[in-house]
Write a protein that binds this ligand. Structure first.
Ligand code: FES
Ligand SMILES: [Fe+2]
Length: 441
């Protein structure tokens, strides 16, 4: 089925979007090609492949890829496909290939950058067109690989902006996540959570800055936390973070939403920066940073008051609670979210323990919060399959967004600017002009 650029462009209006973008499998296929075939996508953190031969598998859109550490220390990203009969060379997950890849089917071997090494009983291949130097007999590399402070991204396109240009204003979220470590480095630790959602991938990105949903969707978990705190006469951290979603609308209205080219953005203002002086874990963290950088810089680092960041196509790093929610589209109505946690190297262990508590209480499949969201995402998917209407509204505070350096800022924290910005980028990717324009149209 051919979908014309004109038809695709007609699905996105400045303040609304046609439901077909969430439900049409042909559009999903085109997204795999035009968004995931072009954009820089986070494939993993270098700490996941510490030693030569260590690998981590993931997906760029609908493509299975392997991130692997070679003997020269370089990290390569190759498609998980053997050029003989096409078998996946390594199973999904993390592991060690050793000095080279060896296909489990007929034992063709490849260097850790994918280059052909050998095939058993080579005599049988003599006097044929088989040429071990020809790229058809090697594992293929993904077109471009780049790192940003240990975070490895890959792009399936040889063309397009470099990684730092692509990330634009949200590179500062990765900076702040790393800067929170006294030595400026983080590592993946503590395992990962995986949640499969019965909804289109874009719904999750939209929700990340959807402040209007918090007190409604999470009403039960927030009110239960409040009731529990009343009963015990105090509000420990575990309950505080559950209760936070129940803040009144006035709280959310004061937040600031930033939107950048390519669909990226972040939310500022949710945490109380003065907590560093009152909270014992934050105080310990502050002391460890002050020791290295002095109090002024430590205050600057911990004062960056940022909640969910959106790196469109990759997922959502969280600076304060050291996580990266990696978002992987599986099909038009299935999405896999993998939550990676990070340890701040050199910071007190209590900081990592707190991040674990946060992830368990808010993001894990057994938390009281994530299931609220997953349920409404599935309801959006189901509702949009009915004949009950065609358009999705993104009208809130439309037309009021202000331009700032390299991007846009909301005039109210309940603005649907982030969604409008994501779909403006979506449209540019899908009709072939990504990376050439500004945020909102
Ligand atoms: S499929 Fe890999 S060696 Fe045959
Ligand atoms: Fe939520």
């Amino acid at each position: 089925m051919t979908l014309s650029d004109e038809l695709i462009a007609s699905l996105v209006r400045p303040d609304s979007v046609h439901k077909r973008v969430y439900t049409d499998p042909h559009i999903f296929e085109l997204e795999m090609e035009r968004i995931y075939g072009q954009a820089w996508i986070y494939v993993g953190h270098e700490s996941q492949v510490k030693q030569t031969g260590d690998y981590h598998t993931t997906r760029i859109g609908n493509q299975d890829v392997i991130m692997v550490r070679a003997s020269d220390g370089n990290i390569h990203v190759v498609y998980n496909r053997c050029p003989h009969k096409g078998a996946k060379v390594v199973p999904d997950g993390d592991g060690t290939a050793g000095k080279f890849f060896r296909c489990p089917y007929h034992a063709w071997t490849f260097k850790l950058d994918g280059t052909h090494l050998s095939a058993p009983l080579r005599n049988g291949l003599h006097n044929t067109c088989f040429d071990p130097k020809h790229p058809d007999f090697s594992m293929r590399k993904v077109a471009r690989v780049a790192h940003y402070r240990g975070f490895v991204f890959a792009s399936q396109s040889h063309d397009g902006p470099d990684l730092a240009t692509f990330l634009n204003g949200v590179a500062s979220s990765i900076d702040n996540l790393c800067d929170r470590s006294p030595v400026g480095e983080v590592e993946v630790a503590g395992g990962v959570f995986r949640v499969q959602q019965r909804s289109n991938w874009k719904v999750f990105y939209e929700n990340l800055h959807d402040t209007m949903h918090a007190p409604v969707t999470h009403e039960s978990s927030a009110s239960s936390a409040r009731a529990q705190a009343d009963q015990i006469g105090s509000m420990p951290f575990e309950l505080l973070i559950l209760e936070g979603n129940g803040e009144p609308y006035e709280f959310w209205e004061k937040l600031e939403l930033r939107a950048y080219e390519n669909g990226h953005g972040y939310m500022e203002g949710i945490f109380d920066p003065s907590a560093a002086t009152r909270d014992p874990v934050a105080a310990e963290h502050f002391a460890s940073l002050s020791q290295v950088h002095g109090e002024t810089r430590a205050r600057e680092i911990m004062g960056m008051n940022r909640h969910n960041t959106v790196i469109y196509g990759s997922g959502s790093p969280h600076t304060v609670f050291q996580q990266f929610r990696v978002i992987r589209p599986l099909s038009v109505d299935r999405t896999l979210v993998e939550i990676q946690l990070f340890r701040l190297k050199g910071a007190p262990e209590s900081v990592f323990e707190r991040a674990l508590v946060y992830a368990n209480a808010i993001n894990s499949p057994s938390s009281n919060v994530m299931p609220d969201d997953v349920e409404v995402y599935a309801r959006c998917q189901q509702g949009n399959q009915t004949n009950g209407g065609d358009w999705i509204s993104m009208h809130r505070y439309a037309g009021t967004d202000r331009e700032v350096e390299n991007g846009m800022v909301s005039t109210n924290g309940t603005s649907e600017l982030p969604m409008r910005n994501q779909f403006a980028a979506w449209k540019r990717f899908m009709v072939g002009q990504a990376g050439s324009g500004k945020g909102i149209e």
